[in-house]
Design a protein around this ligand. Structure first.
Ligand code: NAD
Length: 277
């Protein structure tokens, strides 16, 4: 496929554009993943809490693609944080996915009140050492949470997957990640298909390039260095969202999009997200 890879801090190559399956029911995940793989995606982002690891795994298996061509991410759920419970949860995720390794395993949220992300990370280090995750990272970690991992453990996360779209451009965490060799992965990259895609500036840039607003937003992520994992269950949109390698935004376009930042979250703030599911 045309999708470029980025090199993570341990040398692992990760496709810069992948397919997210949050809110896809397990019995629809196989079909969505199949459509994505047929459309050229090779990276799939799921999580234990999405309750679709089985359907995702069925889609991966049905593709017949060699395992080494796929890049599979799953995430540790909050209630499973802790050293031994992390190891058990990881085994369960692998079993549901039908895989013997994942490419990337993420701590889904820091849950600072629970105060277990450091010991969870130490379990991640073991999983990584065993080769059962080719890379390990985190999600929804503020720089302060990352600082604690850097101080108290021996492994820098390869990735931090955070909410990031034109209304929440995350310049402070992005700079922190860049300083420490952590890749920034954008969740809800399209702003969940809501207000972001209606922005008149974005619509104008899209018209100028003969592309859709969603394609312009994805192009903006790619050109600013983010890993991006748009979600759709609509086949035409699944294809549209990977058809972003035949045009380039210019400096004026990028400046217009930079001007759309409002620091508005669609999801929870990681400091107060304590939901155990
Ligand atoms: P998204 O920004 O990818 O938006 C998806 C929605 O946008 C779709 O449901 C659809 O309504 C719309 N859409 C998709 N393609 C479109 C197109 N071409 N044109 C117009 N509308 C379009 O939102 P998301 O699903 O929240 O995020 C993507 C992925 O990020 C998730 O599936 C999941 O894998 C991951 N994620 C992770 C976390 C986390 O805490 N780590 C949280 C949320 C999402």
């Amino acid at each position: 496929s045309d999708v470029p890879t980025i090199t993570l801090n341990n040398g692992t190559a990760m496709p810069q554009l992948g397919f997210g399956v949050w809110q896809v029911p397990d019995d629809e995940a196989e079909r969505a993943v199949t459509t994505a793989l047929e459309s050229g995606y090779r990276s799939i982002d799921t999580a234990a809490i999405y309750e679709n690891e089985r359907g995702t795994g069925r889609g991966l298996a049905a593709s017949g693609l060699p395992r080494e061509e796929l890049f599979v991410t799953t995430k540790l759920w909050n209630a499973d944080q802790g050293h031994d419970s992390t190891l058990r949860a990881f085994d369960t995720s692998l079993d549901r996915l039908g895989l013997d390794y994942v490419d990337l395993y993420l701590i889904h949220w820091p849950v600072p009140d629970h105060d277990k992300y450091v010991e969870s990370w130490q379990a991640f280090e073991k999983i990584y050492a065993e080769g059962r995750a080719k890379a390990i990272g985190v999600s929804n970690f503020h720089p302060a949470h990352l600082q604690r991992l850097l101080k108290e453990t021996g492994t820098v996360p390869a990735v931090n997957q955070i909410e990031l779209h034109p209304h929440l451009q995350q310049s402070v965490p992005r700079a922190f990640h860049a300083d420490h060799g952590i890749a920034t992965e954008a969740w809800s990259p399209l702003g969940q298909g809501k207000d972001v895609l209606q922005e008149p500036k974005l619509v104008a840039v899209a018209e100028k390039h003969g592309k859709s607003p969603a394609q312009v937003v994805l192009r903006w992520h790619l050109q600013t260095g983010n890993v991006v994992i748009p979600k759709s269950v609509t086949p035409s949109r699944i294809r549209e969202n990977i058809d972003v390698f035949d045009f380039e935004l210019d400096a004026g376009d990028l400046a217009d999009i930079a001007g759309l930042n409002t620091d508005t979250r669609l999801g929870a703030d990681p400091d107060t997200m304590n939901w155990m599911g």
